[in-house]
Design a protein around this ligand. Structure first.
Ligand code: WQD
Length: 352
């Protein structure tokens, strides 16, 4: 009988390392892994998150993941983690700097942090018997698509930021390492725009300082923390003039990581490296998202139209066919539920 059938029959789940696990997507993925019966070890340097997130994870799952405060760019730190936590079978790598604008100001920080983290993890995987790594990539690797919706065969365009370039280089590092004969597998997940928060209200997006992304700024404007949201341009070649994105609920996104890890550990993956676009397949404009929030919550978002933001892509949304039919994952959340969860999380943060 296949090992994975036995494991599932006896509910013997594996131990997974989640790097960047107190971050936005990392924390939501940790919840879904634990709900699926996995043991989780988190390593995070808390440079862009807070250890209190672990309390939120425990409130939701009833269990506390192992937490190691540490920097994945330090090889000895990672070696100690694997020695102290034997039996890790898979890694989900979220640990990375991810602000597009900041990456233009501090390129070396981004290349050092994002690439050294990945290289260290890949180097240690064979030494410690880690079978597979799920890599957190981004639709930013496609640049401005020639056509939408966009599938995994679309050309990779020249990166428009060091952040985007680190994602492209990381994918190439994984491909070259596997091609060299390294005894590991990888699934690369290219996210579109993650938004929302866990329906429990216990975890969500915790931007430090002024939010760069749309939804946290939107909810802070709705809460009166920011005077108003600026819509960066309404003169694009789109129906209402504002940019179009594929907004994916963070819990749907988290579930895709569990399915990807299962696929590798159960030997269901077809190739040593598989790449999937994770999106809903629906494009929404900025103004449509604002309307969806207002209709879902009954709360007005004070906003104005401002100039375009340099580097913004006009429109991009996913063709999720491969994720739906090969990975066996599909985005399910309704955008209004996602907006309500984002608002609930903002209100909970305001009370803290
Ligand atoms: C979305 C839309 C803005 C803020 C980036 C990265 C991507 C991923 C997600 C990490 C755009 C508009 C935004 C505001 C606005 N990062 N906007 N007013 O730029 O699509 O993607 O973040 O994984 O890799 O590239 O996301 O949320 O910044 O912007 O009008 O105050 O909202 O112009 O059209 P983006 P975003």
């Amino acid at each position: 009988m296949k090992a994975y059938i036995l494991k599932n029959f006896f509910n013997m789940k594996e131990k997974i390392l989640v790097t960047g696990g107190t971050g936005y997507i990392g924390s939501h993925t940790t919840v879904e892994l634990m709900n699926a019966g996995y043991d989780v070890v988190i390593i995070d340097n808390l440079s862009n998150s807070n250890e209190k997130v672990i309390d939120g994870i425990e409130k939701i799952t009833g269990k506390r993941p192992v937490f190691v405060k540490g920097d994945c760019t330090d090889l000895e730190t990672l070696k100690k983690l694997f020695e102290d936590n034997p039996g890790i079978k898979g890694i989900i790598n979220f640990a990375a700097s991810k602000a597009v604008g900041e990456s233009v100001q501090k390129p070396l920080l981004y290349y050092r942090n994002n690439l050294n983290t990945l290289i260290n993890l890949l180097q240690l995987m064979p030494e410690y018997g880690v079978e597979g790594i799920v890599f957190s990539s981004s639709c930013t690797v496609y640049g401005e698509p020639d056509v939408n919706p966009i599938d995994e065969t679309a050309p990779i365009k020249c990166a428009t930021s060091p952040y985007g370039n680190t994602k492209q280089i990381s994918e190439e590092i994984i491909e070259d390492y596997v091609a060299s004969g390294a005894p590991i597998k990888s699934i690369i997940l290219r996210y579109f725009n993650p938004i929302g928060a866990h329906p429990s209200g216990c975890i969500g997006e915790l931007p430090l300082g002024v939010p760069q992304n749309l939804v946290p700024f939107l909810t802070q404007a709705a809460a009166g923390i920011r005077p108003e949201l600026t819509v960066f341009g309404d003169d694009y070649n789109t129906p209402d003039g504002s940019c179009i994105r594929d907004y994916i609920d963070v819990v749907d996104l988290a579930k895709a990581h569990v399915i990807a890890m299962e696929r590798m550990l159960n030997g269901q993956d077809h190739d040593a490296i598989e790449i999937f676009n994770l999106g809903t397949g629906n494009g929404l404009s900025v103004l449509e998202l604002i309307n969806a929030f207002q209709e879902a919550t009954g709360v007005k978002v004070p906003h104005k139209i401002g100039p375009r933001r340099a580097g913004d892509i006009e429109k991009i949304w996913a063709n999720p066919y491969k994720a739906n039919h090969v990975l066996g994952w599909k985005a399910e959340a309704d955008i209004k539920d996602t907006m309500r969860n984002a608002w609930q999380w903002q209100c909970n943060c305001n009370r803290k």
